[in-house]
Design a protein around this ligand. Structure first.
Ligand SMILES: Nc1nc2c(ncn2[C@@H]2O[C@H](COP(=O)(O)OP(=O)(O)OP(=O)(O)O)[C@@H](O)[C@H]2O)c(=O)[nH]1
Ligand SMILES: [Mg+2]
Length: 361
């Protein structure tokens, strides 16, 4: 499967006549589309499908993953170091010894940072193992990490800095929990087919950031089910591509336009409210009602279930078709047993609906 061609606005397809529905025309292949905003967890679910039903990573792929993880560490250090550099009160927390190490990071990683040359950045960064380990334990970096929602740091990548020794070692072999935590932004459309319980499923993963949504359009035909992924934990964060827009609001808007799209009138919608592990941690200290876009929240403050139910209601309210059901799952895409369990019930829904559509049930 190559990269889809572009279209001005992939999700504004109200004017377009839906062509055909895959369930009627392509009984052999069941096409599943992963949709959602950037960083919601689509590719992580795509990776889980391979862990559950596909081939293990080859040696060459594992080597590439090692480099990706080193680049992810570097990006995290860059995000936190910028914060420590720019926030005077946080910068003041550095002790004299830590400041020496920090200056080295600024000289060698921040000043020379070239976002087109990931490998060089990572090499500079990995060479500063002693300095980075000292800083990662410092009060300044702990404070920067606790305020990461206002940086580009990826939640969960603290695991990489906690395992820095292992990751810089020349014998580092990527374990599966690092594979699932690694992050590469998807920029086109990729697909993979799996035979599961005698049926052929083809899953499509797309780039979720705004710019890449223009590649979505050509994948809209023949879709049996959409897995729409939205990150629960991002209710207090702004979009990477537009710092004025709340990430959860963007996910809600996108979900609404997917439901509205004529192509998907008869498509099963599986909504994965993802990153429940990060949401569980965050909700203890972050208040939903304090977010401008969610000031109508009247549930219990700092309560996991009330928070989750509030967001479920927001998403499901967009479904105005009484004949269409939105199947909601609360997920942790980095947890293989959770995704295996959730996928088991999704598969049953999809297979049943596929049989009904082909008149065999
Ligand atoms: N802790 C935790 N991290 C998650 C979860 N789901 C995804 N992540 C992490 O979030 C980051 C982004 O996930 P991706 O799967 O790359 O997101 P995406 O939706 O494919 O993003 P785009 O390709 O930009 O559209 C990765 O570092 C993942 O490991 C989750 O449930 N819990
Ligand atoms: Mg992706």
């Amino acid at each position: 499967m190559g990269v889809c061609t572009s279209s001005p606005d992939p999700i504004d397809a109200k004017q377009q006549k839906p062509k055909k529905n895959g369930k009627e025309n392509d009984a052999e292949k069941i096409k599943l589309l992963l949709l959602g905003c950037g960083e919601s967890g689509k590719s992580t679910i795509f990776k889980q499908m391979r862990i559950l039903h596909g081939k293990p990573q080859s040696a060459a792929e594992l080597l590439r993953l090692r480099d990706i993880i080193r680049a992810n560490c570097t990006m995290l250090i860059v995000a936190l170091a910028h914060f420590v550099k720019d926030e005077a009160s946080v910068n003041a927390l550095l002790s004299a010894g830590e400041r020496k190490s920090f200056d080295k990071i600024v000289d060698s990683v921040l000043s020379d940072f070239d976002d087109k040359n990931v490998e060089t950045n990572a090499n500079h960064c990995m060479a500063l193992q002693t300095e980075l380990q000292l800083l990662w334990k410092s009060a300044a970096f702990k404070e920067a990490w606790s305020r990461r929602a206002s940086t580009d740091a990826i939640d969960g990548h603290n695991t990489f800095l906690d395992s820095f020794d292992e990751i810089v070692s020349k014998d580092y072999e990527v374990p599966s929990h690092h594979l699932l935590l690694s992050r590469v932004r998807t920029e086109g459309v990729i697909s993979h087919s799996y035979i599961i319980d005698g049926a052929e499923f083809e899953m499509f993963d797309v780039g979720g950031q705004r710019y890449f949504r223009k590649t979505w359009f050509d994948c809209f035909e023949d879709v049996a089910a959409i897995i729409f992924v939205a990150s629960l934990s991002e209710f207090d964060q702004m979009l990477a591509e537009d710092k004025s827009k709340n990430r959860m609001t963007e996910a809600l808007d996108l979900f609404s336009s997917v439901l509205d799209n004529n192509y998907f009138e008869k498509t099963d919608i599986l909504l994965f409210l993802n990153k429940k592990d990060l949401f569980a941690n965050k909700i203890r200290t972050s208040d939903i009602a304090a977010q401008t876009d969610f000031s109508d929240y009247s549930g219990k403050p700092n309560d996991f279930d009330s928070g989750v139910n509030y967001f479920i209601d927001k998403f499901v309210a967009f479904n105005e078709d009484p004949e269409r059901q939105v199947f909601v799952h609360i997920t942790c895409a980095t947890d293989t047993s959770n995704i295996s369990f959730v996928w088991g019930s999704c598969k049953e829904i999809i297979l049943e609906s596929n049989l009904k559509a082909s008149g065999l049930f």
